[in-house]
Write a protein that binds this ligand. Structure first.
Ligand code: NAD
Length: 264
């Protein structure tokens, strides 16, 4: 199978770093025109330049917009009125004891992790249905189905993404549009690297030891017993976004190294 996305336009939210950046690179490598998004213009410009340098002949554009707000989403849609592939990747996470999480954090997590995807799907999906082709992928998490007790608010948003994703897939009946969710497990993105480095500093360990211990202690059911690399997650997402993934619709696909111990 050779994935060829030439002729398509893909928008990846939160793609100035981490998993989103790897997805943007993967889609560009497969021939899609890619729109990079982040909140700060400078970061967006840097990411666009990095992708143009990494993928020969790639067509990359960037739009700075905060997708956690209605205004930010509207400005993004103004700048890019139509896409064939929408990857709702933007997401925040922070371990915090349930009893210390204020209302404002619950709302903020919901706005960033859920409403961003809701608003962008509402804007872009009607044209996909009309054209009879399109791909929407929500980057959820294994935390959607194994709620982490150290960040229940995060788990709640990831479960909500699966619900929205499956619901939207129901609206594609009889068309060639698909809506799916991908559930990464622990992945060494920039965001997670910062978290692991803090952990290493606190415990007086090397980053490698802190990473290995984290998996052993907090994610013992992982079959790969390591953090995934961002490219490993991107591979799954590029496949789901491809023309070849034509009968996978309404699914919540695992890319979590076997961490979830159930068969289905
Ligand atoms: P990251 O923090 O490394 O990168 C997140 C990106 O989103 C950054 O480019 C950031 O600038 C951008 N961003 C944040 N808020 C934004 C906003 N309001 N508007 C626009 N851009 C914004 O994160 P990551 O680890 O790569 O995570 C990406 C996605 O993958 C998230 O949805 C996360 O929940 C999910 N995920 C990550 C892991 C993991 O272990 N890294 C595991 C499962 C799921």
């Amino acid at each position: 199978m050779k994935i060829d996305l030439s002729g398509t336009t893909a928008l990846v939210t939160g793609s100035t770093s981490g998993i989103g950046h790897a997805i943007a690179k993967g889609l560009a490598t497969a021939g899609a025109k890619v729109i990079v998004n982040g909140r700060k213009q400078l970061k967006v410009d840097e990411a666009v330049a990095a992708l143009r340098a990494a993928v020969k002949g790639a067509v990359i554009e960037g739009v700075a917009a905060d997708v956690s707000t209605a205004k930010g989403c509207a400005s993004l849609v103004d700048a890019v009125p139509d896409v064939d592939i929408l990857i709702n990747n933007t997401g925040i996470f922070e371990p915090r004891d349930f009893f210390d999480i204020p209302d404002a954090d619950w709302q903020r997590f919901f706005d960033v992790n859920v409403m961003s995807g809701v608003r962008l799907a509402r804007a872009y999906m009607p044209a996909m249905l009309k054209r009879n082709w399109g791909r929407i992928v929500f980057i959820a998490s294994e935390s959607a189905i194994m709620i982490p007790k150290e960040m229940i608010h995060y788990g709640m948003t990831k479960t909500a993404q699966l619900s929205v994703s499956r619901g939207l897939a129901e609206l594609t009946r009889g068309t060639a549009v698909t809506v799916n969710a991908v559930m990464p497990g622990p992945t060494m993105s920039e965001g997670v690297e910062t978290f692991v480095k803090d952990l290493a500093r606190k415990n007086g360990q090397s980053v490698e030891t802190a990473a290995a211990n984290f998996i052993k202690e907090h994610r013992p059911s992982s079959l790969i017993q390591r953090f995934a690399k961002v490219d490993e997650i991107a591979n799954m997402v590029v496949y789901v976004a491809s023309r070849e993934a034509s009968v996978t619709n309404g699914a919540a696909l695992r890319a979590e190294g076997g961490l979830v111990p159930t068969i289905a």
